[in-house]
Design a protein around this ligand. Sequence first.
Ligand code: 3SL
Length: 241
Amino acid sequence: MKVLVYHTPEEIPTHTIPDCAIAVDVLRATTTMSTALAAGAEAVQVFSNLDELKHVSEQWPSEKRIRAGERGGAAVEGFDFGNSPLGCTSDAVSGRRLFISTTNGTRALKSIESAKTVLAAALVNRSTVVGHLVQNPAQTLWIVGSGWEGSYSLEDTVCAGAILQGLAESLGVSVTALAGNDEAIAAVALYLTWKDDLVGLLRNASHGQRLLRLNCDDDIVYCAQLDTLDVLPIQREPGVL
Ligand code: 3SL
């Protein structure tokens, strides 16, 4: 298995498709998706475009859908939710489909939707994702950070490092044996440096700072938890997990 880490969707190669690709948006989209599925959501359907989300979700029974929209960290007017994982209680989402569009996370998922297997990962479901990869080894695995509008984000890279470190430990091999690019080795170094203070790292990250300005510290604390949810967001059809 070779694991390649890409910091943003813009970095992924266009000429090849991996066996497995994982989208990561710790703050907050893939944490929200994992939380919704763990709370019993029927599915999560992702959109890059808000108008398309509205149009497709209109065809769904209103009592069976939740519409979540975020731009620039704030909830989109007229939607049921923004992008806070704390809103995904079982009362709110159980048995319903979450239709979601966010600034970067849903774009990252859309960018890898043609991989043979597509997963969404965050810190909260890291060990479940690692367990799946151990049981279903991929020759080539991409871990794709969502970043922020094309630029690097610490929180996605630390999650990529946590996945790769967990994988190496589970398989009993070294990180360097699995790493397919320098970014993968650097991601593990970031994780090993910060693993005992993930909330501190997230609060210091530029998007963490943005969320603090929006009074979302509870979300940051929630998103910084490691291995708390046993849920595997896996693509069943393009754009639907
Ligand atoms: O960019 C995204 O996709 C979001 O996760 C950003 S936010 O955390 O909802 O602000």
